[in-house]
Design a protein around this ligand. Sequence first.
Ligand SMILES: [Zn+2]
Length: 180
Amino acid sequence: MERKQIAEGVWQLQEEGTLCTNAYLLESGGGKRLLVDSGCGNLDFDFTPDICILTHGHFDHTGGVEKEWKRVYLHVKEFGFQGAYIRIPKNAKKIDFDVLSFPPFSLEIIHTPGHTPGSICIFERKNGILFSGDTKFAGEGVGRTDLGGSEEEIEESLKKIEGIPYKLLCPGHNECEERE
Ligand SMILES: [Zn+2]
């Protein structure tokens, strides 16, 4: 596992292998750990996250979740979605907050359907980081909509993303990208 620091208290964890999902680790001032996505299951976490937020239900984003993780969250619309490659961890709960305070971070949950019905982006306002899952990638990259998603919805979601004052895009695959 490659661990790359992208801001103070924020790391990108990259899996080796072809699917290469990124997970992101945030460390609070008090030593608590929050994960954004958990990869395919090949990331050897040497910690138990206090909180894990999944950007959507595809197996390459949810595969690393362990049974004993207490706070694992997914958007409500991802539960019951019968699309391909969906793997919802049994211990996942519905996201029941719009903003999560995780000092010194504050994480805003933004519903961005299209890749899947319950895809989200997470905006970290302190550093201006947008964790975009599989909705938006570096360059012109946009998430697939042929896995039970919706072209119309992702277009709306991309417009919504345009309006977010982020500085750094941190997607679910490949590299992060500074906004021009
Ligand atoms: Zn996906």
